[in-house]
Design a protein around this ligand. Structure first.
Ligand code: F6R
Length: 260
């Protein structure tokens, strides 16, 4: 695992933007795995800027989002499809027909999970998977106790996730309690994984992800089993890591060796 500790959230977004731009320059028809939530927003803003300045193109990109709420159609303001259109897709040269988000309004959500998983595989698998991390260590909506081998399926959200995400819903608005999420096994199949975490509220989850035992109690710890996982955090999110100094030194060496 490569652990990159940067000064603040801005630096994390800059790093992630460079990482995506490099990926798209090396492979313009990349299959990207994308995430919603607050963690990727600053990255998406930077990618929009890079696209509008002509520095990178998404015209041959295919994307698959991690998850969607069950009960919300794509045109619902709180759906993850709506989020992606608003925060990224509407502002870049991507072909929307090649952007995929599970259908939260599918009549048969279990069948939708099977269809979505097959669609990812039929596209050739994900080249670069972007992740945030929940305060309880979830990735996608793979809550604690998720099988580390899980595939796309219906998952009931924990109270802590429902509470964390209630900030997006009005007090009297329906807030879903279940979601379709790609599995931990699906995520681990991606060729590369880039996880972003910022702020002190994520420090415990980051410790579990990076230094904890590989355990269903912290789904993000499964990334320890991935060959190309890069975890990018700010100082606050790194504050509970005991291996912080080593990680900073190793990253410095990584840069020096790349430049040599
Ligand atoms: C979003 C997702 C979630 C979020 C996580 C962190 O598609 O799959 O795992 O990445 O809940 O959310 P934020 O970034 O809002 O703290």
């Amino acid at each position: 695992m490569r652990l990159v500790i940067l000064e603040n959230a801005e630096a994390v977004a800059d790093f992630a933007c460079d990482y995506f731009v490099d990926q798209l320059k090396a492979q313009p028809n990349s299959i990207l795995g994308l995430a919603t939530g607050s963690s990727p927003v600053a990255l998406y803003q930077r990618l929009i800027g890079a696209n509008q300045r002509g520095e990178v193109s998404f015209k041959d990109v295919t994307s698959f989002n991690l998850d969607e709420y069950i009960g919300l159609a794509g045109d619902h303001a709180q759906s993850y499809r709506h989020f992606m259109n608003e925060k990224l897709f509407d502002h870049i040269d991507i072909d929307k027909a090649r952007t995929h988000v599970p259908d939260g309004a599918a009549a048969d959500p279990n069948a939708e999970c099977v269809r979505y998983e097959k669609e990812i595989q039929a596209a050739g698998g994900i080249d670069l998977q972007l992740l945030g991390i929940g305060v309880n260590g979830h990735i996608g909506f793979n809550e604690p106790l998720s099988s580390l081998a899980s595939r796309t399926r219906v998952k009931t959200l924990t109270k802590s996730t429902i509470k964390a995400n209630s900030r997006y819903f009005d007090a009297d608005e329906f807030q879903p309690t279940d979601a379709i999420t790609t599995g931990i096994g699906t995520i681990l199949d991606a060729k590369e994984v880039l996880l972003l975490a910022t702020g002190a509220t994520k420090a415990e989850a980051v410790r579990g992800c990076v230094e904890g035992p590989v355990s269903a109690a912290c789904p993000a710890s499964a990334l320890q089993m991935h060959q190309h996982a890069v975890v990018v955090v700010d100082e606050e999110a790194a504050s509970l890591l005991s291996m912080k100094e080593y990680a900073q030194w190793a990253e410095q060496r990584h840069i020096e060796l790349e430049q040599a």
